[in-house]
Design a protein around this ligand. Structure first.
Ligand code: NAG
Ligand code: NAG
Length: 432
C-alpha cells in the first residue's frame, strides 16, 4: 500500500466521507508504519545487546578462570617450594650423620636427634604439599563446573536470542510464543544465577580482604589456612634449633681434627696421627653459633664456611704410596675431601637458617598472601565483575527481546492483514 494509491483512491471519491476516509487511513498508516519500524529497531537493538552480553559473559568467565588458576598455581608453587626446602634441610641433616673427618664423627646423641627431626620434617613437608594440592584440586573442580555452566548459559542465551529474532522476523508467531515461554524460564534462571554469583563475587572480594587482614594479624585462624597452611610451629622451631646445633657440632668436629691432628707434628711412631704433616698451620673454621646456639662473630684467622674449601686447597700435600705426605702440607687429598663434605653440610644447613625462621613465624604464608592480594586480587575482582555484568546484561536484554519478538511479530501480521485489506479495498474503489 502506498500513500499515492490511497490518495488517488480518496481523491477519486471526491466527497467529504472520501476525504475523511483518506485522512484516517493516512494517520493510521503512519502510526502503523512508525510502530512497525520502531519495534524492528528495538528488536535489533536488544538482540545486539544480548549478543554483547553473551560476549562479555564468555570473555569474563575465560579471564576469571585463567586468573583463579594462576592464583591457585601460585599458592601451590609456594607450598611446593617450602616443602622442597624442608626436604633439603632434612637431606642435609641426614648427610651430616654420615660425615666423618679422619674418623671423627658427630656425637651419638646428635645423630639420634637427627633421625627424630628428619621424621617430623618429612611428615610436615608432605602434609603441606598434600593439603595444598588437595585444596587446589577441590577449588579448581568447583571453578571448572562454574565455568562450564557459564559457557553453556552464554551459548544457550545466544542461540535463543538468535532463534527468537529469526522467528519474529519471519513472523512465525506460534514458534515465537513457544520460545517466549522457554525464554522467560531461562531469563528467570539467569537472574537467580546472577544473584548467586553476586554473593560469590562478594566472597571472592572478602577472601582478598581476609588475606590483607590475615597479613596484619597472622595468628588468627581463617579459612585461608586450608589453602596454604603454616608449618606446625613446634616442628619449625625444633628444625631450626636442631640444624643450628648440627652446624655447630660439625664445625666443632672439623676444628677438633684440625687442632689436634693436622696442626700438630707427631713422631712417625704415632702412625695414624702422623702422616708427615708439615708447613703452615691450617686455619680453623669460623663457628657461626655459640654452644647455646646464639649467633657468634668470627675471630681473627678463622675461615668462614663460605670460603673454607677454597682456602684449605693451599694446605693439601702430595701423597706417596704409603699414604704419607711427600711434600709440605697438612691435609692429604682424602682429608680435604672429608672436610669439604663437612663444610658443605654445615654451610647448607646454615643457609637454610633464615628460611627456617620464616617458617617458624609463618612469614612465607604471609608473603604469599601479600603477593596474592597485591598481584592477583585486582584481576580476580575485575573479571568477576565482568561475569557479573554479563549476567545482568544477558537476561535483561533477552527479556526485552522477548517482548519485542511478540510486538514485532504482531505488527508484522497486522501489516500483512492491512496490506491484504487495502488490496481488497483498492480493488473495490477501482471497481467503482
Ligand atoms: C716428609 O715431608 C718432607 C717435606 O715436608 C719431605 O721432604 C719428606 O721426604 C717427607 N717424608 C716422607 C717419609 O715422605
Ligand atoms: C653439597 O652437598 C649437596 C647435598 O649433599 C650436594 O648436592 C652438593 O653437590 C655438594 N656440594 C659440594 C660442593 O660438594
Amino acid at each position: 500500500m502506498t500513500f499515492t494509491s490511497t490518495l488517488v483512491a480518496g481523491i477519486s471519491a471526491m466527497n467529504t466521507t472520501g476525504l475523511l476516509w483518506v485522512l484516517r487511513r493516512l494517520l493510521s498508516l503512519s502510526l502503523l508504519q512508525s510502530a512497525y519500524a520502531l519495534s524492528l529497531i528495538f528488536l535489533i537493538l536488544f538482540t545486539i545487546a544480548a549478543i554483547a552480553g553473551c560476549v562479555v559473559l564468555y570473555t569474563g568467565q575465560g579471564k576469571f578462570h585463567g586468573s583463579t588458576t594462576d592464583t591457585l598455581d601460585y599458592a601451590v608453587s609456594k607450598a611446593d617450594l617450602t616443602a622442597e626446602n624442608l626436604r633439603n634441610v632434612s637431606d642435609y641433616l641426614s648427610a651430616a650423620k654420615k660425615i666423618s673427618v679422619d674418623s671423627a664423627i658427630l656425637p651419638l646423641d646428635v645423630q639420634k636427634s637427627i633421625d627424630d627431626i628428619d621424621r617430623k620434617i618429612n611428615s610436615s613437608a608432605s602434609t603441606l604439599s598434600h593439603q595444598t594440592a588437595d585444596n587446589k584440586e577441590k577449588i579448581q573442580h568447583g571453578l571448572d563446573r562454574m565455568r562450564l555452566a557459564l559457557i553453556i548459559l552464554a551459548a544457550v542465551m545466544l542461540f535463543l536470542a538468535f532463534l527468537g529474532f529469526l522467528f519474529s522476523i519471519l513472523g512465525l508467531q506460534c514458534l515465537v510464543y513457544t520460545l517466549v515461554i522457554l525464554g522467560w524460564i531461562l531469563v528467570t534462571g539467569t537472574f537467580i544465577l546472577c544473584g548467586v554469583f553476586h554473593l560469590l563475587h562478594n566472597v571472592a572480594g572478602d577472601a582478598c580482604v581476609a588475606m590483607d587482614q590475615w597479613v596484619q594479624n597472622p595468628t588468627a585462624h581463617t579459612a585461608l589456612d586450608d589453602i596454604l597452611p603454616c608449618v606446625d610451629n613446634a616442628t619449625a622451631q625444633e628444625t631450626l634449633s636442631r640444624s643450628k646445633n648440627v652446624t655447630h657440632q660439625l664445625v666443632n668436629v672439623v676444628n677438633g681434627v684440625i687442632n689436634n691432628v693436622f696442626n700438630r707434628n707427631f713422631p712417625p711412631a704415632l702412625a695414624p696421627l702422623y702422616f708427615n704433616q708439615s708447613g703452615p698451620l691450617v686455619p680453623v673454621l669460623c663457628n657461626p653459633f655459640h654452644s647455646n646456639l646464639t649467633n657468634r662473630d668470627c675471630a681473627f684467622g678463622e675461615v668462614t664456611l663460605h670460603n673454607a674449601t677454597e682456602v684449605w686447597k693451599k694446605y693439601i700435600c702430595k701423597v706417596s704410596g704409603s699414604g704419607v705426605c711427600s711434600t709440605p702440607g697438612r691435609l692429604t687429598p682424602q682429608f680435604y675431601t672429608q672436610m669439604s663434605a663437612a663444610v658443605n653440610v654445615s654451610y647448607g644447613l646454615y643457609r637454610y637458617g633464615p628460611f627456617l625462621v620464616n617458617l617458624q613465624d609463618c612469614t612465607f604464608v604471609r608473603d604469599a598472601f601479600t603477593d596474592i592480594s597485591h598481584d592477583y586480587c585486582p584481576d580476580l575482582r575485575h573479571y568477576s565483575q565482568w561475569i557479573y555484568i554479563g549476567l545482568v546484561i544477558v537476561p535483561a536484554a533477552v527479556m526485552l527481546s522477548l517482548i519485542f519478538w511478540v510486538i514485532y511479530a504482531r505488527e508484522r501480521r497486522h501489516r500483512v492483514y492491512t496490506k491484504q485489506y487495502d488490496g481488497r479495498s483498492e480493488g473495490q474503489y477501482k471497481g467503482r
